[in-house]
Design a protein around this ligand. Sequence first.
Ligand SMILES: NC(=O)c1ccc[n+]([C@@H]2O[C@H](COP(=O)([O-])OP(=O)(O)OC[C@H]3O[C@@H](n4cnc5c(N)ncnc54)[C@H](OP(=O)(O)O)[C@@H]3O)[C@@H](O)[C@H]2O)c1
Length: 305
Amino acid sequence: MRAVVLSTYGGPEGLSVSELPEPAAPDPDGVLVRTAAAAVNPVDLQTRAGLHAGHSAVHPPMVLGWDLAGTVTAVGGAVTGFRVGDRVVAMSAQMATGRGTYAEVVALPADIVAHAPASVPLTVAAGLPLAGLTARQALDRLALPEGSSVLVTGAVGSVGGLAVQLARRRGLTVVAQVRSARDEEQARALGAHRVVDGANLPVADLDGLLETAGLPGAIGAVRDGGRAVSIVPTRAPVPERGVRVAVSHVEQDGPGLAELAALVDAGELRLRTAREFAFDDASEAHRRLAAGGVRGKLLLLPDVP
Ligand SMILES: NC(=O)c1ccc[n+]([C@@H]2O[C@H](COP(=O)([O-])OP(=O)(O)OC[C@H]3O[C@@H](n4cnc5c(N)ncnc54)[C@H](OP(=O)(O)O)[C@@H]3O)[C@@H](O)[C@H]2O)c1
């Protein structure tokens, strides 16, 4: 099978398509998935650059990728929830397990897989798992009661864009922070009640903060004794004025992903795709994400789109 292999830590030029042995059969509690698309995420760029080498269980040569949408081609003997032919999505913690999704066929434990939303193409669904689970788990960690107010930074990014929608659905008043006025319309379309840029943050006013942009000073928007959750560990806010700060690290979660997929089908969670790339153009996709300004997911497809 074809897979995008990282030969050595460094720049995007270290990514190239290789022929690898296809997984022969799933584990008893696993499935094989034929990939329709794998989304590109910041963690892939960080892993490629070697930024996670110190705590990663796998090292080059290796296949990158956490996000997957595809079709089940084989099912382990102990698996009851999936059949051959099912359309599925999954988030695979590549750094911990080595199960990268930039490959034509991926073997995964069934408990991290969910049925894909039926209302969108698999290529679009590939943008859901990592960003969706991150947003959901960070909001769970924030645990703000209905009626509270929250600032979401990086609100039109992948995680931010889903967090805005999920926060609104949870009955929160959502203040969306965006980089510039250009993004205001998109943030409002995602459900933000109010949109601000980094220079006009509320002051000690909101109940909570969900930090996805590593924005200095964002904690200043939270009222004394409020709560903040960051998903950017290297730039987590320093606690002040009794504001409790936590860092959320996304975890694999098939059932949680199934709930997110159901929200997509209910029209309550909108997925945004920016551009599709062929596996052969994985380096270009990494360069594009690194350049910034992407709105919606960049996707890698085994076949030329
Ligand atoms: N802890 C976890 O488990 C976890 C999970 C997923 C992601 N993450 C991390 O969370 C971050 C966001 O991930 P993502 O997938 O959402 O990335 P993304 O799609 O690239 O979105 C990041 C967004 O933040 C915006 N941004 C950056 N600096 C900003 C600033 N100063 N003001 C306003 N907006 C700003 C970016 O805008 P521009 O495009 O204009 O720069 C972009 O819209 C990354 O650092 C990623 O590594 C952590």
